[in-house]
Design a protein around this ligand. Structure first.
Ligand code: ADP
Ligand code: MG
Length: 374
């Protein structure tokens, strides 16, 4: 295990910013810390190299061990930690008075005691890998934002850290460049085998970059899992809403049918829902459905159907998929439906204004009893 954090708590003065955090990362993995602004991502990542010192907990990272309840500010141990654990910020923080190559060899020479010649050789090799070798003798301010950020990353990895902490490192770049840098970073990470902790507030970036996502909310871990687990099986409404699109249907329990089935009234539709959460008769629940979980049904003349009846109010062709917005008759709620686009499928002929029934792929629903996350 490259990183293991146990029961970590952190306060800014009297205000608690991190609550009992437990976090692991396997060697060579990219773990993404995701969450809205103010969730505690920067605070957490900064505790990993003790830029912020937690009040309690244990930190094991790249063979450095700290029991944080002991006042542990042994400068030698912290120096070793900072060698093993590199960091890249959103702002590039390059030294403006040094050329690119000088920026890269400064720390290896001073901290690692490597000869100038050797350090230059390592740095040039890395610059080549990042296709930046022609800029070696230029000053950072003469380079574009993307190039400066690549240099900042190169400067962090040239020290051969075992773990690299990246705090919103791509967030200042425009969309296209960010996409390109995501791929470059992933490649670099695979080649060097460094463990990454990568902070972002962007769910799409999180899914692209991560082996695992840790979603933070108000200083606590809302969910920790594979991107797919978090998407398909969100622990609560906050998580469901933060990653991807979600439709929330209101349901009332009619009766329990078996350990993992309830009979319920879901937006007026009486049907089975699959869940093992404990629920009493009459209890209110939420049924969560992703746009691709939902099925649009045609109605007969009499509109006899056990589906939820509504009307298509919008259709958008998205290339791979066709998105429809359907408005329920009974309460005006709007749901988003995503179907694979297929010319030969008669569903593709549905049109705005048409009345339809809404059901879903049985068993794909996630059922929650989640009052505090509304
Ligand atoms: P994120 O990086 O997820 O946006 P932060 O870790 O920066 O979140 O902040 C977490 C919480 O701690 C926020 O409520 C923020 O206001 C507070 N905070 C951050 N830095 C400081 C500081 N230096 N002093 C006091 N409170 C802070
Ligand atoms: Mg931050």
């Amino acid at each position: 295990m490259a990183i293991s954090v146990k029961n970590l708590n952190f306060f800014y003065g009297s205000s608690q910013a991190l609550f009992d955090i437990n976090l692991d990362a396997q060697e060579g993995d990219t773990v993404v810390l995701l969450g809205p602004s103010g969730a505690g991502k920067s605070t957490l990542i900064r505790t990993l190299n003790l830029l912020e010192v937690p009040t309690s907990g244990e930190l094991h990272i790249a063979n450095n061990h700290f029991d944080l309840s002991q006042a542990n500010n042994n400068p030698k141990a912290i120096r070793q930690l900072r060698q093993d654990v590199g960091m890249v910020f959103q702002q590039y923080n390059l030294w403006p008075h040094l050329t690119v190559i000088e920026n890269l060899i400064e720390a290896p020479k001073k901290v690692l005691g490597i000869s100038e010649e050797e350090a230059k050789k390592d740095a040039l090799e890395l610059l080549k890998r990042l296709r930046l070798e022609e800029h070696a003798d230029r000053f950072p301010l003469h380079l574009s934002g993307g190039q400066q950020q690549r240099i900042a990353i190169a400067r962090a990895v040239v020290n051969k850290p075992k773990v690299l902490l990246l705090d919103e490192s791509l967030s200042a770049l425009d969309y296209k460049l960010r996409k390109q840098m995501q791929n470059e970073l992933k490649q670099l990470q695979r080649q060097l085998g460094i463990t990454f902790i990568f902070v972002t507030h962007d769910q799409e970036e999180a899914i692209t970059m991560s082996d695992r996502i840790v979603l933070l909310r108000k200083g606590k871990i809302a969910q920790d899992g594979l991107p797919r687990e978090i998407y398909e099986d969100p622990a609560n409404l906050f998580v469901a809403r933060f990653i991807g699109e979600i439709n929330v249907f209101d349901a009332t329990v009619i009766e329990r049918k078996s350990d993992d089935e309830l009979l319920a009234n879901v937006e007026g539709r009486v049907c089975d829902i699959h869940t093992s959460i404990s629920a009493e008769k009459g209890q209110k629940l939420q049924v969560l459905l992703r746009p691709e979980d939902i099925v649009i049904e045609e109605l007969d003349e009499n509109e006899h159907s056990n589906a939820i009846i509504g009307r298509i109010v919008d259709r958008t062709y998205k290339g791979m998929t066709l998105e429809s917005t359907v408005e329920f008759d009974h309460n005006g709620k709007r749901v988003l439906v995503s179907e694979f686009f297929n010319e030969d499928d008669p569903h593709m002929d549905h049109s705005v204004g048409q009345r339809v029934g809404i059901t879903w792929h049985e068993g794909w629903e996630v059922v929650l009893n989640d009052e505090d996350n509304q």
